[in-house]
Design a protein around this ligand. Structure first.
Ligand SMILES: [Fe+2]
Ligand SMILES: [Fe+2]
Length: 323
């Protein structure tokens, strides 16, 4: 799609930018092939590909428990959930491809360690209760972000989000049901649920991104309708929904500073350890190396499938020509 991605040095940039921003202000969607600033394209490729990688890497911590699920029902739910995440990765890679980036380029960026994915998936799943907690907190945080992105100005991303959110809602409900069941179960189950909440609460808050004051991309993304809320606004929504529900289930939260503020109607949280967040983002979380190794191994082991598909496509094309 050459010529569609405008640069500030282009002679007609200012006029086209004004037209582009007016379309967004009117609530129109920007579609593949439409004129857009190169910076809008760059930010979207970054966000959508990171999001796609997160869905795919996100299968690993939960996939590790499929063989150890405590019942057939729980196993079937978990298999369905992990499979959904693979589908989310597919929708999102497709959405990014509409911006002129190839699947190979995106995968290469992931496998070489250049691309980022959500920090949360670099934490280990130590007990079965982690699976319910991921559904409740991690999918819960993802839904807050994705509901916002379903309103975004880029058509393919927005439509992918609408479909994905429907499935995430199921992931969220099954996680919540599981943790509440264990919270009301035997002392051992209750301790396991509490331990999982203790370990996942802070990483779930962090996965919604740095504070607005440390998020330099946010103003541009809000102006162009990619984000309609800031990281801190989405985080506040997440806490307001989840903190009272977790307390209601008879569990506690690992934040001595957490309190309900009557004046604003918000649950106020204590300071977040951003050093931990940046360490994980920069490759030094507990599971970063294992996650990347698992993806590299899966990619290498899947080489024969890609080769077979390419050979099949080439043969079909030859047959079509012969006919
Ligand atoms: Fe997902
Ligand atoms: Fe999910």
């Amino acid at each position: 799609m050459p010529g569609k991605f405008g640069k500030p040095t282009d002679p007609d940039y200012e006029a086209r930018l004004a037209e582009f921003e007016a379309r967004i202000a009117r609530g129109e969607k920007i579609e593949p092939g439409d004129w857009m600033p190169e910076e809008y394209r760059r930010q979207l490729v970054r966000m959508i590909s990171q999001h796609a990688h997160s869905e795919v890497v996100g299968m690993l911590p939960e996939g590790a428990w499929i063989t150890r699920a405590p019942s057939l029902k729980r196993k079937m739910i978990l298999i369905a959930k992990v499979q959904d995440e693979a589908g989310h990765g597919q929708y999102l890679y497709h959405a990014a491809e509409t911006l002129g980036v190839t699947r190979e380029e995106m995968l290469e960026a992931l496998l070489s360690g250049k691309a980022k994915y959500s920090s949360i998936f670099n934490y280990p799943t130590l007990t079965w209760a982690d699976i319910g907690t991921i559904g409740w907190l991690v999918d819960g945080a993802a839904i807050k972000n994705q509901t916002m992105l379903a309103q975004c100005s880029y058509g393919p991303y927005s439509r992918a989000m609408v479909r994905i959110c429907a499935e995430e809602t199921f992931h969220h409900k099954q996680g919540k049901e599981m943790v509440i069941t264990y919270a009301k179960g035997t002392p051992k189950q209750r301790a396991m649920a509490q331990d999982a909440i203790n370990r996942w609460w802070w990483p779930a808050l962090m996965m919604l991104g740095p504070h607005d004051s440390d998020s330099p991309n946010t103003p541009t993304l809000v102006k162009w309708g990619v984000k309609t809320k800031t990281n801190d606004e989405v985080r506040q929504e997440f806490i307001n929904e989840h903190a009272p529900e977790i307390l209601e289930a008879g569990l506690t939260l690992p934040d001595p500073g957490l309190r309900y503020d009557e004046a604003t109607g918000n649950w106020v949280h204590g300071p977040i350890n951003w050093d931990e967040f940046w360490a994980v983002v920069n490759g030094n979380g507990p599971m970063n190396k294992e996650r990347l190794e698992a993806r590299r191994r899966a990619h290498a082991e899947g080489a024969w499938v890609r080769e077979a598909l390419a050979a099949y496509a080439a043969r079909r094309q030859q047959t079509a020509v012969a006919v």
